[in-house]
Ligand binder design. Structure first.
Ligand SMILES: [Zn+2]
Length: 265
């Protein structure tokens, strides 16, 4: 078993070809782009989250104000009711003085007392409503304070995003220029394949083919860890071709300098 493994080493081949080497450089650019994009997205998500929170708290505050307004309107109506009843009590009191008979006096007194009793009921309702209004106002103040804090958080998140954009602008410009420069070094078809694969794997279009065990010709794709056929490894050794992993579709390259060295001896 051991001798078979010894003889299974790869044939000597040229080092990585120009196309694959350039594609690896392009991949480094794309990975950096993707990393910047991920950072930006997480910062942008923070801004969105804060804005959503502010919208929710604005709704809460509006609801609180609406309820307080309704309560105030009811209070105003009840206060008017009390005033009207007090006027009626006054009139009854004046009428009492002018009553000519006991019967008339008693009737006026009863009417007046009914009015007074009704009035004290309304006054109780007023006190209850005033309590409710106070609770609403306290709640409103708490919501306002919470909103003020959220506004600060939102401003901080927006500033962080702006600062990130300003800070990463130069790097992104450099990467864009670098990305464009590859058009002169690699064929459009190769870039096309690269871009399609990169889109599927967040910029990670390339995967190294690595040896699973030092003394055996068993190779795996570094992107998905699935086995890569020996013919593919041989082809990578001898040709500067774009070969894709059968499983994940990444562009394969050899990244085993020790294997190279031992193969060349
Ligand atoms: Zn793979």
């Amino acid at each position: 078993m051991a001798p078979a493994c010894e003889t299974g080493s790869l044939p000597a081949g040229p080092s990585m070809g120009v196309i694959l080497e350039e594609l690896r450089r392009l991949q480094a650019v794309e990975m950096r782009f993707a990393a910047i994009q991920r950072d930006r997205e997480s910062k942008s998500l923070q801004v969105e989250l804060r804005q959503r929170q502010i919208r929710r708290i604005d709704e809460k505050l509006q609801e609180n104000h609406r309820k307080a307004r309704e309560c105030q309107i009811r209070l105003d109506a009840l206060s008017l009711d009390v005033a009207v009843r007090e006027e009626a009590v006054d009139k009854h009191r004046q009428a009492l003085n002018k009553a000519k008979t006991n019967k008339e006096y008693a009737a006026i007194l009863t009417a007046m007392n009914t009015e007074k009793a009704d009035n004290s009921k309304v006054e109780n309702s007023i006190l209850q409503l005033m309590d409710e209004l106070q609770v609403m106002k306290t709640e409103g103040a708490v919501i306002e304070a919470e909103r003020a804090k959220l506004l600060v958080h939102a401003a901080t998140a927006e500033e962080a995003l702006k600062a990130f954009d300003a800070q990463s602008q130069q790097e992104r410009d450099g990467l864009t220029a670098g990305r464009e420069a590859f058009a002169g070094k690699i064929t459009a078809a190769a870039i096309d394949i690269f871009n399609r694969v990169a889109m599927r794997h967040e910029g990670e279009a390339m995967a190294p083919v690595t040896k699973l065990r030092p003394k055996r010709d068993e190779w795996a794709c570094g992107g998905c860890n699935m086995k890569v056929a020996l013919e593919v490894v041989n082809a990578l050794q001898t040709r500067d071709d774009i070969l894709l992993c059968n499983v994940c579709g990444r562009i394969l390259y050899l990244d085993a300098p020790t294997a190279h060295k031992s193969a060349r001896v």
